[in-house]
Design a protein around this ligand. Structure first.
Ligand code: ACO
Length: 436
């Protein structure tokens, strides 16, 4: 069976053959379909990349129909059970699990780069008292590029790796300080004798105690959350990271852009919507009525459905268990019962079954983060995703097939027309009235 596709251009009657490689055809192969010598050739139109692979990647594998997620071949369930965030970050970045010695060196390097220049602290302190922590994070990460001008040398592998270490180490410090700022609390400096997650919790919650020691069950829960959120192949923010990085700008600027993409409610903000929905439903008794409203098209069941997963999101299965472990320490959140009832009814209901709508990662993560202000939710997502963004960036920057990302367009505007002097214009439509 030939691995080719035969295309017949009905405009010209010409037939041509296009090779199929790894389940794809090259979009540029379509350019052979042209009606004349100076015709540019056919393009594919794919808003929102619904059916376009923009990269070849060896980092994360997702089989959405079967609910499979693997980092570098390792199932997410095994990593969540046995790994740590720093080890997982190493795996994503370097392709293999570290040896004992490599992990010790890696952890040591990250630990020794957690401090921020004092001027970054001043910069963060200059924000308004009620600044959104995600806005602070995006700005402070972008500002880091001015502290490390060498970072612009993205073709130097040693310099690249230095920025990777700095970003993984410093993003949690920025994240914690953005939270402290919103509370009007003094910023807490990193502690080098604490592990990655314990140090983050200390920077978040330490008040006057000489040493902040996190509850081990909560520390482990956060470690698992960080592992689950570390990468998710070509999602909106990873695509932003690669696209911005393709201009060869420094990784701080590219990562600030990726974090900005994550800030949007359709990406990093869905768990906030889940919490809001659960609070509005309030009690188990009101679940059937809510489900009926969703089925009647009056809103969505937040935390359900996914562009890629048409099965249970494997991260949701793990998080359901993590939520139980967290609630054993913090006390059971009554909204968990509402969530469980919603899930039970939805998984049996024809509307959700026929549309293959299952719980996604956000269905339970909001409940676990409930002790934090919702504005911190995307920040909590950005900390571990830094490893994924950097792995995607490194792969992109070293891929000889990649060039500056520059999509085509289908132009739908006016044809050429002559400039009209202002006094001769009869009418103009403005979307916004000046001065209004
Ligand atoms: N509740 C009710 N109906 C839904 C839901 C939902 N959560 N999600 C999809 N549907 C329905 C749609 O109405 C549509 O029905 P129709 O065919 O009768 O019109 C059908 O299922 C397909 O939905 P689409 O919107 O075409 O699916 P898409 O792949 O574009 O959307 C998305 C995926 C955005 C995640 C969607 O399922 C949704 O809005 N979910 C709720 C928000 C959410 O949880 N987002 C977090 C995603 S995970 C993450 O980003 C980390």
């Amino acid at each position: 069976m030939p691995e080719t596709l035969t295309i017949m251009d009905n405009r010209t009657g010409r037939t041509f053959e296009v090779p199929i490689e790894e389940g794809t055809i090259r979009a540029t192969a379509l350019r052979e379909a042209k009606v004349g010598e100076d015709d540019f050739g056919l393009m594919s139109y794919d808003p929102a990349f619904l059916n376009t692979a923009s990269v070849r990647s060896a980092i994360t594998f997702i089989d959405g129909d079967r609910g499979v997620l693997r980092y570098r071949g390792y199932p997410i369930e095994q990593l969540a059970e046995q790994s740590t965030y720093l080890e997982t970050a190493y795996l994503l970045l370097f392709g293999e699990l570290p040896t004992n010695a490599a992990l010790a060196r890696w952890s040591d390097e990250i630990t020794h780069h957690t401090f921020l220049h004092e001027n970054v602290k001043s910069l963060m302190q200059a924000f308004r008292y009620d600044a959104h922590p995600m806005g602070m994070l995006v700005s402070a990460v972008a500002a880091l590029s001015t502290f490390y001008p060498e970072a612009s040398q993205v073709d130097d592998s040693a310099i690249r790796m230095r920025q990777v270490v700095r970003l993984i180490a410093k993003v949690p410090t920025i994240a914690a300080w953005s939270f402290r700022h919103s509370r009007g609390l003094p910023y807490v400096y990193p502690e080098n004798d604490l592990g990655f997650v314990a140090n983050f919790l200390s920077m978040m919650f330490r008040i006057a105690e000489p040493k902040y020691l996190a509850e081990p069950a909560l520390e482990r829960a956060l470690e698992v959350l960080f592992i689950l959120h570390a990468d998710h192949e070509q999602n909106c923010s990873a695509n932003a990271m690669r696209s911005i990085g393709s201009s060869k700008v420094d990784p701080y600027s590219a990562l600030a852009g990726a974090a900005a993409a994550l800030y949007g409610p359709l990406h990093g903000g869905a768990n906030e919507a889940v919490l809001k929905m659960l609070t509005e439903i309030g009690t188990v008794k009101r679940v059937p009525e809510f489900i009926s409203r969703v089925k009647a098209g009056e809103g969505r069941l937040m935390g359900f459905g996914h562009r890629i997963y048409k099965n249970y999101d494997p991260r949701a299965t793990i998080l359901k268990q993590v939520a139980d472990e967290v609630f054993e320490v913090t006390g059971r959140n009554p909204l968990l019962d509402v969530a469980l009832e919603l899930e039970k009814i939805a998984l049996e209901d024809g509307y959700f079954v026929s549309r293959k709508l299952y719980p996604n990662v956000d269905f339970y993560s909001g409940l676990i983060y409930q002790a934090l202000p919702v504005a911190m939710f995307p920040v909590m997502f950005a900390i571990p995703r830094t490893a994924g963004w950097l792995a995607q960036w490194l792969e992109g920057i070293q891929d000889p097939e990649q060039k500056i990302a520059r999509p085509r367009q289908v132009y739908t505007g006016a044809d050429e027309r002559a400039y009209v002097p202002i006094d001769e214009r009869r009418s103009a439509t403005l979307a916004v009235t000046p001065g209004a």
